[in-house]
Ligand binder design. Structure first.
Ligand SMILES: C[S@@+](CC[C@H](N)C(=O)[O-])C[C@H]1O[C@@H](n2cnc3c(N)ncnc32)[C@H](O)[C@@H]1O
Length: 285
């Protein structure tokens, strides 16, 4: 068996699929769809927005364009290297408004009450336990003014699919996830609306966005999806835990040197789903 690439794009703070390299692979392959997700929120010109868990700042850039020169963005992240990269990207791309990078934890925000018009939080809460998730939602509510919004975007594992592939193999793998991972990827995205409602938000709306890519892939899509397969773990389960015949299958379809490398299949299809849940802080809060 050839040596496998087991890079799972870990940050110094231990979060997988979260380095700048990975975030760029993902962001640019689905930029149009990600932009539509951001634009589904009530964000508007002149807003002061917190980009909570900003990664390397690609959404920060888009937010700055939507709030314009009279707006403001605070970009917060736990991983110092992501924050430095965000700062570099922000400087290079000449964001139209003032952007301030802040090192911090989404569960304990270093801001006064009511200072933002909105919070955008993409692909961060998947790393939180349920207790920390609820604490984070309440922190976000605290720092947003009454009438402002909190928008949380998460990957919904129940919508993840690719083909040609035996679909039940996926669910066998998913069944081997630990309970926390199952909750975060499979259950929480569906529950986000009720969690925000239970936390006191009003007018809570949850929208699901489907991203589909088909052969022939554009180079940018191929780079992203091939990195995903070659990272081996594919976020679901380590191969070591699944039956050996399934391991062999996974390895065959994800090996770029194999004639059965799935990405080279003329019928290749890729689907991922993201949920955006937006709640408004009540005026009497
Ligand atoms: C998958 S990346 C998403 C980055 C960006 N929001 C995006 O969608 O492109 C997850 C990011 O969340 C950050 N993160 C994870 N847990 C965090 C926490 N408790 N507080 C602040 N940032 C956190 C990681 O450092 C990483 O930059």
């Amino acid at each position: 068996m050839p040596e496998r690439n087991v890079n799972q794009f870990f940050t110094s703070t231990g979060h997988s699929f979260s380095t700048g390299e990975w975030l760029d692979l993902h962001f640019y392959a689905v930029e149009k769809e990600y932009t539509a997700m951001l634009k589904s929120t009530p964000i508007k010109m002149g807003d002061k927005i917190l980009d909570a868990g900003c990664g390397n700042g690609r959404f920060t850039q888009k937010i700055s364009e939507l709030v314009g020169e009279d707006g403001f963005v605070a970009s917060l992240d736990l991983a110092p290297e992501n924050l430095s990269e965000a700062l570099r990207n922000i400087r290079q791309n000449h964001c139209p408004c003032l952007v301030v990078p802040v090192r911090g934890n989404v569960s304990n925000l270093p801001f006064d009450d009511n200072v933002f018009d909105g919070v955008w939080c993409s692909a961060v809460t998947q790393f939180l336990s349920e207790v920390d998730f609820i604490k984070t939602v309440s922190e976000m509510k605290r720092v947003v003014r009454p009438g402002g919004f909190v928008a949380i975007k998460e990957f919904d594992g129940t919508l993840f699919y690719f083909s040609p592939f035996e679909p039940t193999l996926f669910w066998k793998s998913a069944d081997l996830m630990d309970d926390q991972k199952k909750k975060n990827f499979l259950i929480r995205p569906i529950q986000m609306k009720s969690i925000l409602e239970d936390s006191g938000f009003v007018n809570v709306e949850q929208q699901t966005f489907i991203i589909e890519k088909r052969a022939p892939l554009k180079e940018i899509e191929r780079n992203y999806i091939s990195a995903f397969f070659e990272a081996e773990d594919v976020s679901w389960v380590t191969l070591d835990n699944i039956p050996s015949e399934d391991q062999i299958f996974w390895r065959r379809i994800s090996d770029p040197n194999s004639s059965t490398y799935i990405i080279n299949n003329k019928n290749f299809y890729w689907r991922e789903g993201h949920v955006v849940c937006t709640g408004i802080v009540p005026l009497d809060f």
